[in-house]
Design a protein around this ligand. Structure first.
Ligand SMILES: NCc1[nH]cc(CCC(=O)O)c1CC(=O)O
Length: 309
């Protein structure tokens, strides 16, 4: 029996679920045992709001442990990773992606259309706030923080104080609470965050054996769609500070698979939005994303900065 690979993970329900699921998939595909190693991050120790700390603190603690050789690999929510590559580290696999859409969890299982004007919806993401305002439903949006369980508790449970919350479907499914979803939001109404629902499996770039082993759980369609979305985001970051949304799908075209990438940049008050799309082959995923970002900038994405309230 070979020594177990050490998979570093945070202790949150979501982190443990996605680390364990990835460990199981790797063992099933390669026969290699994997053990989870708990990494306590500054973010977990601190009571300061995540907005102040940034999601980055969670990612950096895992990356520090990787580079220090304390763990062999880590599983990140891909959408939480900075777009710039990290020196010395390599994303060796993108496993099959979960549903990338956002969901509504609401009192009485109401859908967005059923929520009366004035309903109070919790979400901290400017992308979601902007798109909720853009619906013109007179919904009130209030910022909320914390892990998925505590956000759902704002709607379901004894401490409930909100009419609804918007969350990523992937996270709710991974922690086993899909039954509480009232509505999965059509990307036409709520375009997801770039890479939402995808995982990034990361190891040291010079760990050639592990890079090869992890390839066993890589899923090419998930990798290419995420690559298109992230390339769009990376190009926009330089020229635009407004909320960005993106969603790529693979479809069968006449000459094989095609990527269909939709992107949007929305003013924080939801009043103005630029929505465009591009298609191309999976081999050109990054090029499609860059080209779509250039189109968005050309159409004024950099001018979409407004006040939220
Ligand atoms: N921003 C926090 C975060 N980072 C990853 C997920 C879960 C979904 C995913 O893996 O994309 C969530 C929760 C959410 O957005 O509701």
């Amino acid at each position: 029996m070979s020594t177990p690979l050490r998979l570093g993970t945070r202790g949150s329900a979501l982190a443990l679920a996605q680390s364990q699921q990835t460990a199981d998939a790797l063992t099933a595909a390669t026969g290699r045992p994997v053990e989870l190693v708990r990494i306590v991050t500054t973010g977990d120790r601190s009571s300061a709001p995540v907005a102040q700390l940034g999601v980055g603190v969670f990612v950096s603690a895992l990356r520090d442990a990787l580079l220090a050789g304390e763990i062999d690999f880590a599983v990140h929510s891909y959408k939480d990773l900075p777009t710039a590559a990290h020196p010395g580290l390599h994303i060796a696999a993108v496993p099959p992606r979960e549903d990338p859409r956002d969901v509504l969890i609401a009192q009485g299982n109401k859908t967005l259309a059923e929520l009366p004007p004035g309903s109070v919806i919790g979400t901290g993401a400017v992308r979601r706030i902007a798109q909720l305002h853009a619906l013109g439903l007179e919904l009130q949006v209030t910022p909320i923080r914390g892990n998925i369980d505590s956000r759902i508790a704002r709607v379901h449970g004894p401490e409930a104080d909100l009419d609804a919350v918007v969350l990523a479907r992937a996270g709710v499914v991974r922690i086993g609470r899909a039954a509480e979803i009232a509505e999965t939001l059509d990307p036409m109404l709520m375009l997801p965050a770039p890479a939402q629902g995808a995982l990034a499996v990361e190891c040291r770039a010079d760990d050639a054996d592990l890079v090869e082993l992890l390839a066993a759980i890589d899923h090419a369609p998930s990798r290419s769609t995420v690559q298109a979305e992230r390339a769009m985001l990376a190009t926009l970051e330089a020229g635009c500070s407004a909320p960005v949304a993106a969603h790529a799908e693979l479809a069968e075209g006449e000459d094989g698979d095609e990527i269909y990438l939709r992107g949007a940049v929305i003013s924080p008050d939801g009043v103005r939005a630029i929505r465009l799309s591009r298609t191309g082959t999976p081999a050109d995923a990054a090029e499609i994303g860059k080209a779509l970002a250039a189109d968005l900038l050309e159409n004024g994405a950099d001018t979409l900065i407004g006040s939220t309230e």
